[in-house]
Design a protein around this ligand. Sequence first.
Ligand code: AHR
Length: 495
Amino acid sequence: MAKLSINVNDPVGVINPNIYGHFAEHLGRCIYEGIWVGEDSDIPNTGGIRNDVVAALKRLRPSVIRWPGGCFADDYHWQDGVGPREQRPQGVNIHWGEVPEPNAFGTQEFVRFCRMVGAEPYIVGNVGSGSVRELREWVEYCNYGGDSTLARRRAADGSPEPLDVTYWGVGNENWGCGGSFSPEDYGTEFRRYATFVRGFGKQLYVIACGPSGNDVEWTVRFFRKLKKDYWDFRNIHGFAAHYYCGTAGTSTAYSEAQWYELIWKGLRMEDLVVQQRAAMDAYDPQRKIGLIVDEWGTWHPAEPGHNPRFLYQQNTLRDALVAATTLDIFNRHADKVVMANIAQTINVLQAMVLTDGPKIVTTPTGYVYEMYALHQGATAVRTTIESDTMPVTAPAGGGDLPLVAGSASVKGKTLFVTLTNSHAAQAVELDVELLAGVKADGAKARVLTGDIHAHNTFESPASLVPVATKVEARGSRFTVGLPAASVVALEVALA
Ligand code: AHR
């Protein structure tokens, strides 16, 4: 037995749709094969972009997609990826297997892909090996509506109208693959770059590189530096941390203990959100600068038979539980988190979609995004959950894992509740109470559940898909059955 109380009249904040963002890097088969197959491919495509992938992603409602990296971003020179494709230089992807980079997929192709799936583009500039001029000109190429050589080049490349890119990142992981900077040195670089990232009449959203995991020291030293030298500096709108919860076992082979261990590691995201926001609040109490987590997810050993640098991994019900519990954290902290981008969209790490030649499969994680889409833009409301816990031993500590978790949001007369039961073997009867005199008048529910190792393959693509389930929700108290190892999405009509 577990208990959930929801106070519909106690709002936390509007859930920024950008929390449901993705990340697509030139890494392994994410871009090439995953998105881009070229116009001459036998795989059905529109202008080189796979139709099946676009259709699959659209169903998940990705709000924003971050590109071109990752580590790749700080070795990417955007001019290599525009102009006639046959004239683009062939480079080498130094971070991801030293494989050839054909530059066939560049700025135009990326923005076109985003528009096809209904997402906003988020472009990450090159700080580590690029120049301020390069980034400033990239923005001009994308966004300048007047007459300039770069605007004319954009028109010649097929876009007479500005590409209208709002989100710009100033480097990626600049404490590591993005240049090995100290927080103070990155602070200096950030100011220099951001000074020249101009909107050309459009309000941009400029994002600084945040810490590796929950490294509060990076955050404090970066903001202290910014404050000390230049505190009237305002061209910073977001600050982005990265957190990978890693693995326990492999993508598909794990014990029950490892099932719990990985979910527990995923839940450390809550510490990151609370502690990073608190560190930022000391410098930005009005929260003008948004906390972002623009890379997160599971990271298993690459599948045997695949290039280990391509980070290709299967995705099971365990990954779905990690995705669901993490999205619930972001929803519950809608007042703190403004964007999050799972790593990565296709064929890399915790992907939404896997492809193999012409075959495609949506992963359990992809289905979680589909199930959770109604939260986008709704108002998160305060919830309390009492449930049993499971003691977990993990390399970095361990502790008690709450077995039932979730979040709730309201839009109009609909209350949307998402829930997880992490117990590997036991179903839970959840007693739901709507506080403050609010009453339910019926509900629809979908559930994703199976064996703890369940996953979809190219041979069996529908082994694990969400199914509709019956819930009797009337009045201010009702019960919802949560099967063992499950994600449940509940759409409640309010009386
Ligand atoms: O997502 C894979 C890699 O993980 C990214 O390139 C990098 O930013 C992070 O370390």
